[in-house]
Structures are given as structure tokens and as C-alpha cells.
Design a protein around this ligand. Sequence first.
Ligand code: IMP
Ligand code: MG
Length: 174
Amino acid sequence: MSERLVTMLSTETIAARVKELGAQITRDYAGRSLVLVGVLKGSFIFAADLARQIDLPLRIDFLGVRSYGEGTESTGVVQIVNDLSKPIEGEDVILVEDIVDTGLTVAHLMDLFRTRRPASVKVCSLLHKPARARVSVNIDYLGFTIEDKFVVGYGLDFAEKYRNLPYVGVIERS
Ligand code: IMP
Ligand code: MG
């Protein structure tokens, strides 16, 4: 069985959209400062690119979660493997995700964050797969809505592989 990658979102398409999201966030939070919280590992590339498109004072932090085993189905259990380095009390926070699939991870993280009393929390996700939603989550800043295919690249993995692809692709087996 051979595997090949088919491009879904090119490097240029992603860069243009990330620039727009950064500009929108810059406008919406004008005069304020922000904390971007990247959800590891999947959002590390998106968070790095997005941060450079936001023209505001900001702090960046990361939260390590594990919601999948080696497979491609959500277990529904979200485990925090690495917590934030500083409190977010009183801060304007944007949670930066690679993809909202079932929605379970973001829903869980929003509940957790609210207990820490930030001034506000919004969600920014590069991708959304609405076909697989199990809980409804509000995505304040969304890059792209995609069809129900398992995607890799630009931070997203399949069993830890392909995170370094500079575009988002679909694995096709034949
Ligand atoms: P959710 O909890 O089902 O919304 O998904 C949470 C996590 O599953 C995301 O942050 C991704 O890391 C991973 N995930 C979901 N769909 C995909 C995919 O198509 N490719 C790679 N990872 C995915
Ligand atoms: Mg992930």
C-alpha cells in the first residue's frame, strides 16, 4: 500500500488567511494587550505565524494536551500534559488551536480557563471540521472550514508524523 499527500491548503493560501486573522485580531484588541495560548503540539506553527501578524503587545504561552492516542479518533478524554507557565487572571486570552474536530478539546479547555478568571477568552482555530462536531463550540476567529478528511501538515500530525509539512494535506492510500 502506498501513501501520497494531496495538498488541501497551500502555503500561500494559509499565509494569506493568517495575515487576515492577525489584522482582525489587531483591530479587535486595539489599545489592549493579549495572551496567546497555543495548544500543543498541533498549534505550534500556526501560533508562531499568527503571533507575527498581530501588531499589539502580547505574551505567548502554551498548554500541552493529549486527546488522541496513536489513532485518528478522539477519545473524548483531554489530558493536560503541560500547564501554562503563568496565571491568566485578569488577562485577555486567545486560545489558539490547530483544528476543531469533535470540539471536545476546546470545550474542555474553555471550561478550565474560565475557572482561572481571565478578563476574556476567545478561540482562534486554523481549521474547523463541522461534520464531526459532538459539542458545539464558538470559534471567534476561524481560518478555514474543511470537509471531513484527516489532514496533516502545518503542525498537524498523523502518529506524530508530517507536522513539518509547510502546507495542509490529505493522506491518500492506494
Ligand atoms: P477535537 O477534540 O476532536 O476537537 O480535536 C482535537 C485535536 O485532535 C486537535 O487539536 C488535533 O490535534 C486533533 N485532530 C483532529 N482532527 C485532526 C486531523 O484531521 N488531523 C490531525 N489532527 C487532528
Ligand atoms: Mg492536537
